[in-house]
Design a binder for this molecule. Structure first.
Ligand code: NDP
Length: 322
């Protein structure tokens, strides 16, 4: 089968299309015929070595498709079941393996491309707003990269929880998309100070929570946008990882809370995984959550997809269609 592998870490040129044997599911695993694989920042971090992996490594964690073989001891899944997963092994390929207890069932009214497009970024938006800082009516949140994959979903979920959303984006086109998703206020942070705008929008008070996926370039402004005892949720490094932060900085900025969460700790149990995925599928089925697919690429163009995502050129989800 065809797959995209790296044999050493580095730039997008390290992504190689290879022909490898069909993987066999180990006990407790299933094999999925991949209908679509999500392209995510974590794949870029695997490629560059920021998050090291044993080599050679087939990239791709997020897939949706149809079960094509089940390993020993798997009783709850059968060949033909439509499933999605955000912890697959070797998703940039025609077939991928996944642990049976990490699968979610894709309902018939949700197509497999939409499932691959929503699971990782949507469950991230879900845990950030339901669990990390549970939003309630009347809260105000600041969402950076608001027209991105996570951003557009985060806006919609925050709004359905009754929160007021201030989004930041780099261009007018992205601002329109963030507004269409429901953002109450949008700041073009490449042209104006988002700290000043946030202060103006909140009568000088600051926001209750900042959901920051941008990282290095927004750190200081994010802390300065919070109300006293607000929460800084730093969950990504799109502009580079954060430097070490002194606890005293949190004190001087207003007894702030800070957390650096990752999705995998928020879908660690089957109950939590199913709760988040089923919420997303229910909202999609009811027409209450819009999933924007920016572009679909053939497997052979995985490098182009990663370059576009890292290059700030995308709005919404990028998919590989094997
Ligand atoms: P996005 O679609 O949000 O793309 C990244 C966006 O970040 C860009 O479009 C851009 O928006 C903004 N950005 C700002 N500065 C830069 C820069 N220097 N280089 C590149 N982009 C920049 O990506 P995703 O939705 O896939 O992921 C967003 C972030 O969330 C990533 O950092 C990812 O690692 C993280 N993440 C974390 C998870 C977790 O559980 N911790 C899970 C999922 C994702 P603009 O042009 O508007 O500034």
């Amino acid at each position: 089968m065809r797959a995209i592998q790296i044999h050493q870490t580095g730039g997008p040129e390290q992504l190689q299309m290879v022909d490898i044997p069909l993987p066999e599911p180990a006990p407790g695993q299933v094999r999925i015929k991949v209908a679509a694989a999500g392209v995510n920042f974590i794949d870029i971090y695997h490629r560059t070595g920021l998050y090291p992996q044993p080599l050679p490594f087939t990239l791709g964690l997020e897939v949706a498709g149809t079960i094509d073989a089940v390993g020993e001891g798997v009783s709850e899944w059968a060949v033909g079941d439509r499933v999605g997963c955000t912890t697959a092994s070797g998703g940039y390929a025609e077939y991928a393996l996944a642990a049976a207890d990490k699968l979610v069932r894709v309902p018939d009214n949700v197509d497999l491309e939409t499932a691959a497009a929503v699971l990782l970024q949507g469950m991230t938006a879900h845990y950030l707003t339901f669990s990390t800082f549970p939003l309630k009516a009347g809260d105000t949140c600041l969402v950076h990269a608001a027209a991105g994959g996570v951003g557009l979903l985060l806006i919609q979920i925050a709004r359905r929880l009754g929160a007021r959303v201030i989004g930041t984006v780099s261009t007018h086109e992205k601002a329109e998309l963030a507004r269409a998703a429901g953002a109450d206020e949008v700041v073009i942070y490449t042209r104006e100070s988002f700290v000043e705008r946030v202060r103006a929008f909140t009568n000088g008070h600051g926001v209750d929570v900042v959901y920051d996926s941008v990282g290095a370039s927004t750190l200081e402004g994010s802390l300065d946008s919070l109300r006293p005892r607000g929460m800084f949720v730093t969950f990504g490094n799109a502009s580079g990882p954060l430097p070490p932060i002194s606890p005293l900085l949190l004190s001087s900025k207003g007894s702030l809370f800070m957390t650096r969460p990752t999705l995998f700790h928020y879908i660690a149990t089957p109950e939590e995984l199913r709760w988040r995925a089923n919420d997303l599928f229910t909202w999609i089925g009811a027409g209450e959550l819009q999933v924007r697919i920016h572009q679909r690429y053939p497997l052979s163009e995985a490098a182009e997809a990663q370059v576009a995502l890292a290059g700030r050129a995308t709005t919404g989800k990028l998919l590989l269609i094997p």
